[in-house]
Structures are given as C-alpha cells and as structure tokens.
Design a protein around this ligand. Structure first.
Ligand code: CA2
Length: 152
C-alpha cells in the first residue's frame, strides 16, 4: 500500500490563544503562523497538511480517527490534555500512525503537574521546549521516520 503524502496537525485546547495571551511563555506567533510553518516544512518534503485545533476533546479524537484513512502521520501539541487525557492517548495508540509530540514550552521546567505526558510513550518523536520552530523540527523528524531518509 502506498503511504499518503499528508500529515495531520493537531493543536489542543487553548492553543487558539497563541500570540494573543501569555507571550512570555508561548511567544508572539499565532496559531496561523504555526500552521503555516508546519505546512511549509511538510511541503518541502512533498507532503500536505490538514490542520485541526479544537477546545473540545471529542473533535480532536474524531480528527485523529479520520487520519487513519488518508494521513501518514500526526504532529500533535495536545495542550493541557497532555497531562490529563487517557482518551486522547487511546485514540493515538488506536490509529497506530507515527506520532510527533510537540510542546512549545519546556514542560519539565514548569509546574510538576506538567511533567507527566499520557502521550509520550505512544509518540515516536518528541520536541519539547523549542518554541514555535519546534513544530517544523517535529515535521522533519517525523517525515525522516516515515520516508526512512534522514536529512543532513
Ligand atoms: O508548551 C506547550 O506547548 C503546552 O502543550 C501548552 C499547554 C500546556 O497546558 C502544556 O503544559 C504545555 C497550554 C496551551 C495553552 O496555550 C496558550 C497559548 C497562549 C495563551 C494561553 C494559552
């Protein structure tokens, strides 16, 4: 079977506030900037991107399930659901696509409740605390794994 040349980008609750609130933690780039940088990084490797952001867990789960039909992998910043959601973890594990987990901030240097991720051990790639550029890095690492060709 041929691998679809498409990635799903998932941003979880509150990430629609990027660039609008808390710039000292999350920077000044907006969600649209994030989606553009991921789209550009994927396009450089011949992949397109379907982007979803939602404040509703079920919408994210449905998008992850749909990715099984036509995506080669998933780049996800689950937001606060990282630290709470067995449901999200089960969805990612259930679709069995390669996953890159991204966090803008360095969660290990923040409050203890942010130190545990339910997603971490179902993700192949982890990019944590590298700011907005971390999303494009996650795309490159995930596509390296999917296509089996490392970049220099
Ligand atoms: O560092 C990250 O990317 C996080 O996934 C962001 C989550 C947080 O709960 C995780 O611990 C780490 C929060 C997303 C909320 O994003 C906002 C952006 C701008 C203003 C307010 C919230």
């Amino acid at each position: 079977m041929t691998v679809p040349r498409r990635l799903l980008l998932v941003n979880g609750p509150n990430l629609n506030l990027l660039g609008v609130r808390e710039p000292e933690v999350y920077g000044t780039a907006t969600l649209a900037d994030v989606e553009r940088s991921v789209t550009d990084a994927a396009a450089a490797r011949g992949f397109e991107v379907r982007a979803v952001q939602s404040n509703h867990e079920g919408v994210l789960i449905d998008a992850i399930h749909a990715a099984r039909e036509d995506c080669a992998g998933i780049v996800i910043n689950p937001g606060g659901l990282t630290h709470t959601s067995v449901v999200l973890r089960d969805a990612l594990s259930g679709v069995a696509l390669p996953v890159a987990e991204v966090h803008i901030s360095d969660v290990m240097k923040r409050e203890p409740f942010r130190h545990h991720s339910y997603v971490a051990d179902v993700a192949l790639v982890h990019v944590i605390g590298e700011g907005i550029p971390g999303y494009a890095k996650a795309v490159r690492l995930l596509l390296d794994a999917i296509t089996g060709q490392a970049e220099g």
